[in-house]
Design a protein around this ligand. Structure first.
Ligand SMILES: Cc1cc2nc3c(=O)[nH]c(=O)nc-3n(C[C@H](O)[C@H](O)[C@H](O)COP(=O)(O)OP(=O)(O)OC[C@H]3O[C@@H](n4cnc5c(N)ncnc54)[C@H](O)[C@@H]3O)c2cc1C
Length: 473
């Protein structure tokens, strides 16, 4: 079956669809297609089908299958590639499916795909629970989970996929299936890291853990000229770090905080973002030595709640700017890798309102040690750190500068990085990268065979695409 380009206006879209159906020119069309990635707004989709329930999802997918129309899927809208709203596409929009329930007895959390991380955190914390997920509260649970899901709890409780118990999925031909360890286990293997390649997931079931409500968290901000020394000493320092420590290192422009000297505002600083979810009384044993790695300009670490801690980075993640995102796994935070990253800060373009940030997420603990590499599609083998570079700007005229900077940095990091990686925290880097991102060649082949079983005509192709087995690469 070939893929038709015929029904561009989708005038025959089923009238039985119950949610809103938006086309260019409709009142809410522009607001609905806005994504975190501002570049996605350059072109609009042909039709946005705003599903209210699973039946709507099935209706839209049956229509797409019958007309051989490729389908894009939008949940939280945070995917950096902007695959959720491609120009001219048919979009299954799940952002209105936003129910989240928590069973405090079994500690099982169920979330529909439109749920945001902050909503899941708030619901789970009412029962003293949390699902390990990401660090910015308006990120969607759906795309994050299907790619893996890392954050401040990963060292203690693993990646989001390590805590995924089951998914409900609508197949491309409109059937509802469940995937868990016993029902469709091969699909479940692929859904945990293989992204939105296999069907449209309408419900996620997670194992939650006791977390908070009180935690010790905040930021240790150091002058940039201390960054090289601190980063070189950090790995040895962290060798015995407890799993309760979540740590993200950011090299970012200093925020205009009154606690920081005015001359560093907007200039690069080194920030250790610390979230300690163990016994609050013992947090100082972990935090004080981190502060003593240098002479902080500000020590903003203190007692807070898990919900506040897990949304403190919202302030540095503005919605709708143009952006690019590159990253990968590092087997170690070597001095050479640190040199490359710090040199790139000096080489970053500088334009009004624009900024570049480099993040380093400290792995180890549960995410690295407790789950076998081949247990699911998500790969973490050999990864001690995840590096990530985010550029943000507003004017299309700056696209080339920031893309060149990100590409040069990616090339310079290549000798220091692993070939496997975390698909969600980088833009799609092409076919060769996609073949390696899940780890071994055997895992890639297995993913292609699951893709062939569930989406043989590759209708779900607006994603970090896994070609179905029968299709030549
Ligand atoms: C500011 C920011 C902070 C982030 N922080 C973290 C972090 O701390 N940890 C982390 O792990 N990641 C993080 N990410 C990356 C994030 O996990 C991915 O961007 C993820 O794709 C977001 O999911 P979404 O549902 O919001 O996005 P969307 O753009 O809606 O979806 C992304 C893609 O996932 C697929 N998809 C989405 N929903 C479904 C579904 N229901 N069924 C099938 N396929 C689907 C589609 O291919 C879609 O194009 C962050 C991203 C941003 C922009």
């Amino acid at each position: 079956m070939g893929v038709s380009t015929e029904p561009r206006t989708h005038s025959g879209f089923p009238t039985g669809f119950r949610g809103a159906v938006l086309r260019p020119g409709d009142l809410r069309y522009d607001a609905t297609r806005a994504l975190y990635q501002g570049r996605a707004a350059d072109e609009g989709p042909a039709l946005i089908a705003q599903c209210v329930d699973e039946k709507d999802v099935a209706t839209a997918l049956r229509y797409a299958s019958a007309h051989a129309v490729p389908v894009a899927v939008r949940s939280g809208g945070h995917g950096s590639d902007g695959y959720a709203m491609p120009g001219g596409a048919l979009v299954v929009d799940l952002s209105a499916m936003r129910a989240v329930t928590v069973d405090p007895e079994t500690r099982v959390v169920r979330a529909q795909p439109g749920v945001r991380l902050g909503e899941m955190d708030a619901a789970a914390q009412r029962h003293g629970l949390a699902v390990p997920a990401g660090t910015v509260s308006n990120t969607g649970v759906a795309g994050l989970t299907l790619g893996g899901g890392i954050g401040f709890l990963m060292r203690r409780h693993g990646a989001t996929v390590d805590n995924l118990l089951a998914c409900d999925m609508i197949t491309v031909d409109g059937r509802k299936v469940r995937a868990d360890e016993s029902e469709n286990p091969e699909l479940f293997w692929a859904l945990r890291g293989g992204g939105g390649n296999f069907g449209v997931v309408t419900s996620f079931e997670y194992r939650a853990h006791r977390v908070g409500p009180d935690v010790v968290a905040g930021q240790l901000i150091f002058p940039f000229d201390q960054a090289a020394d601190i980063l070189r000493r950090l790995p040895a320092h962290l060798a015995t770090a407890p799993r309760e420590l979540g740590l993200l290192v950011a090299i970012a422009p200093a925020p205009p905080l009154p606690t920081l000297p005015e001359e560093v505002h907007g200039r690069p600083v080194l920030v250790l973002v610390v979230v300690h979810t163990g016994e609050p009384a013992s947090a100082h044993e972990v935090v004080e030595p981190l502060a003593a790695l240098g002479r902080p300009l500000a020590d903003l670490v203190g007692k807070t709640t898990w919900v506040r801690a897990n949304s403190m980075l919202d302030a540095v993640a503005p919605y709708g700017m143009r952006m690019n995102l590159r990253g990968g796994y590092l087997p170690a935070l070597s001095a050479d890798a640190v040199d490359v990253l710090l040199a790139s800060v000096a080489a970053a373009p500088s334009n009004p309102g624009a900024f570049c940030t480099i993040n380093l997420s400290f792995m180890g603990g549960a995410i690295s040690e407790d789950v076998d590499e081949d247990a699911m599609a998500f790969s973490r083998e050999g990864a001690a750190w995840l590096w990530e570079a985010i550029s943000k700007w507003d004017a299309p005229a700056y696209d080339a500068q920031y893309d060149q900077w990100a590409t040069a940095l990616t090339e310079a990091m290549r000798p220091h990085a692993l070939t496997n990686g975390y698909a969600n925290l980088t833009d799609d880097l092409g076919e060769e990268w996609r073949r390696g991102v899940h780890g071994s060649e055997a895992k890639h082949r297995r993913l292609r065979s699951v893709k062939a079983a569930w989406d043989p005509h590759n209708l779900l192709r607006f994603n970090k695409n896994i070609a179905p087995e029968a299709h030549a690469l």
